[in-house]
Design a protein around this ligand. Structure first.
Ligand code: AMP
Ligand code: GLY
Length: 421
């Protein structure tokens, strides 16, 4: 079967690597892809926002399956348009992708279905938001309603900071926001395949969102991650599925918007049990890289079963018992103003250590590799536990020569600390 993968990040490099290994994959295309993905797929210069062009390509190249990596095309309805052509797609329709595309939609759904999450209020004006702030204690969380590439959330530690975030948000006309109760606990990510009705757990991970060591500095798309996350014990995972994920999938199906794809639940493990922070309608980046390192089953087979509504009754997905850990190497200045164009060398040497280097923001020129984005590489290794995986990943990072880049030196610290206790 010919497959088209949409996207160009480290997540899509990891997906391409696994899809290309599948016996069912005849030819893999990626649009627009990146130099790392080009090792596993033919790159196609398609703009995922041009749905007509994507569909034309599928027809001309006898594509039998489309996998959509990032959230923007999902929220934009690319999956809907491809499904209309009769092609199976991995990724939810626009109506179900509202779980990620609108915080207000998700909060309302949780309220109706009694799903544990932070108390909230939806606001549509600056004055309304300021008045509503009185109903919350500090710290308080202010969120833009729509997709904001990780920049739409302020955890305000004072009333002034909350007011500032509200003023910023409503400086744009037509803005909508959610004000939320601050939840205390440890964050963990749970992944679940859903075919619209049946669900199949797809592993756990923890990421590091802050740019600096010790989880300091501004939020990023993720500076590193590891899987599994033992803090999400089997009992807590079951509770999160029963109390959060399953009721969400059922509520979407009941409203005529079944969710087909991977549901990424960001959870807070509070003293009262797991509560939902947010949903994403796709794999996390860099969480996907560590999940793909551990996956033992055929990714294509699982994705096709998801797209065809055939998950019911399937065996649990098999993952290696090892820990996988990834360290993101970013361009200096990330996240505010990444400096692109820096030369990168040493990927082959890093991979000789047994690690895999997934490319996120790179471009190749005359056989040489250069930084072309904020997050540039995700250096990923496995080990018997988080400590061993961390040591292996940093040994590989040490082989990479990327003078205009930087990385955190403490990815996985929480888990490594627990292991050495
Ligand atoms: P989100 O984009 O909704 O995942 O929010 C980004 C980050 O803000 C999360 O990863 C949390 O660290 C933090 N956050 C969001 N909502 C809350 C909340 N209600 N309580 C505490 N922290 C939160
Ligand atoms: N690493 C978090 C995300 O992909 O949203």
């Amino acid at each position: 079967m010919n497959i088209l993968l949409i996207g160009s990040g480290g997540r899509e490099h990891a997906l391409a690597w696994r899809l290309a290994q599948s016996p069912g994959c005849t030819k893999l295309y990626a649009a627009p892809g990146n130099p790392g993905i080009a090792e596993h797929a033919d790159l196609v210069a398609l703009d995922p926002a041009d749905h007509r062009a994507v569909i034309d390509f599928c027809i001309r190249h006898s594509i039998g399956f489309v996998v959509i990596g990032p959230e923007a095309p999902l929220v934009d309805g690319l999956a809907d348009n491809i499904r209309t052509m009769g092609l199976p797609v991995f990724g939810p329709d626009k109506a179900a992708a509202r779980l990620e595309g609108s915080k207000g939609f998700t909060k309302d759904l949780c309220a109706r279905a009694n799903i544990p999450t932070a108390a909230y209020a939806k606001v549509i004006s600056r004055d309304g938001a300021l008045a509503t702030l009185d109903d919350f204690t500090i710290p308080v969380v202010i969120k833009a309603d729509g997709l904001a590439a990780g920049k739409g959330v302020t955890v305000a530690m004072s009333r002034e900071e909350a007011e500032g975030a509200i003023a910023d948000l409503f400086s744009v006309s037509g803005a909508e926001a959610v004000i939320e109760e601050f939840m205390e606990g440890e964050e963990v990510s749970l992944f679940v395949l859903s075919d619209g009705s049946a669900i199949l757990p797809f592993g756990s991970a923890q990421d590091h969102k802050r740019v600096g060591d010790g989880d300091t500095g501004p939020n990023t798309g993720g500076m590193g991650a590891y899987s599994p996350a033992p803090v999400l014990t089997p009992a807590l995972e079951q509770r999160a599925i029963d109390e959060i994920v399953a009721p969400t999938v059922a509520a979407l199906a009941a409203m005529g918007a079944p969710f087909s794809g991977v549901l990424f639940a960001g959870l807070m493990l509070t003293a009262d049990g797991p509560k939902l922070i947010e949903y994403n309608a796709r794999f996390g980046d860099p969480e996907c890289q560590v999940l793909m390192m551990r996956l033992q089953d055929d990714l294509l087979d699982l994705m096709l079963a998801t797209a065809r509504g055939e998950l019911a009754g399937r065996d649990a997905v098999r993952f290696s018992a090892d820990t996988a850990l990834t360290v993101v190497m970013a361009a200096r200045g990330y996240p505010a103003a990444p400096e692109t164009g820096g030369a990168i060398d040493g990927i082959a040497a890093a991979e000789k250590t047994g690690a895999r280097v997934f490319q996120a923001g790179t471009r190749s020129d005359d056989g040489k590799l250069f930084a072309a984005g904020g997050r540039v590489l995700a250096v990923t290794a496995t080990g018997a536990n988080a400590g061993a995986a961390q040591a292996a990943a940093y040994a590989a990072v040490g082989k990479i020569h990327f003078p205009s880049g930087f990385n955190r030196g403490d990815i996985g610290w929480r888990e490594v600390e627990r292991e050495t206790r």
